[in-house]
Design a protein around this ligand. Structure first.
Ligand SMILES: [Zn+2]
Ligand SMILES: [Zn+2]
Length: 257
């Protein structure tokens, strides 16, 4: 019933109790979980985890923090090959992150463009990480656009105006537990776009929703995100969950459960 389209379940934060966390997914009716990579090594871990569970899928990606001027060009071919593994349903996370100083923006942009081309070559949805870089993000998406470009702005953090621009470009918005935080822009976004444009995620182990803020996040908490979307839009939890599951199946071309 619930879907977590972006959860780092293969990260070391879950090494001591991953089995238990996965058991709780069944108890809380999470029926799809997508585990994204941030470089070659973590993409391989995502694929390994997905190979063990029917309802877990993988994304192959290169996080903007991994992009540097010294990046080995061979990495893009390596990631493209990995993307052809079973259970890989998207390219991510990829994108731009200007939040912390010290990262090479030029290198991030170049790596992002290369990964968009990988996604085009394998015809998959892209999973975009964008923080404090919306102008450059939208510009690159315009320059690299093509008819089968599709994807999601994971952990969407923009305002309603940016949300609508992303939707016009064919992207969906994935909502995290930050929707429960005071002063979040997300309730306004959730209210002013169509349900068909929304997805849900935890980005666990990060960004726990209230009342778990400050603790390790886990994917079973995604029902809290879905419940908040239902509340904000004034619809039933079932309607929200069904709609969001449908959006997930379409975007990532999963076969129906
Ligand atoms: Zn991210
Ligand atoms: Zn992430």
């Amino acid at each position: 019933m619930f879907v977590d389209v972006h959860c780092h379940l293969s990260f070391p934060e879950f090494d001591h109790d991953r089995e238990k966390v996965i058991e709780r997914l069944t108890e809380e009716q999470i029926t799809v979980l997508i585990d994204p990579g941030i470089n070659v090594a973590t993409s391989i871990k995502s694929i390994d985890l997905a190979s063990k569970y029917d309802f877990i899928y993988a994304n192959v990606g290169l996080h903007p923090h991994e992009a540097s001027a010294h990046i080995n060009e061979g990495i893009f071919g390596e990631l493209e090959d990995l993307a052809k593994s079973p259970k890989v349903v998207g390219i991510g996370e990829i994108g731009l992150d200007y939040h912390y100083p010290g990262y090479n923006r030029q290198a991030q942009q170049e790596a992002f463009r290369q990964m968009l081309r990988v996604a085009r070559a394998v015809d998959m949805a892209v999973v975009i990480h964008c923080r404090d870089a919306w102008e450059d993000m939208l510009q690159i998406l315009t320059e690299e656009s093509h008819s089968s470009m599709r994807g999601v702005m994971h952990c969407f953090s923009g305002d309603t105006g940016i949300a609508k621009e992303c939707i016009r470009k064919g992207f969906k918005l994935s909502i995290t537990g930050t929707v429960t935080y005071k002063n979040s822009l997300l309730p306004d976004v959730v209210r002013n776009v169509a349900l068909a444009d929304l997805l849900t995620e935890t980005d666990a182990p990060y960004l726990s929703p209230v009342p778990y803020r400050g603790k390790r996040n886990e994917p079973s908490f995604v029902h809290i995100v879905t419940a908040n979307i239902a509340l904000i839009r004034g619809i039933s939890l079932l309607e929200a969950a069904k709609g969001i599951a449908q959006n997930t199946f379409e975007l990532f071309r999963l076969s129906a459960p």
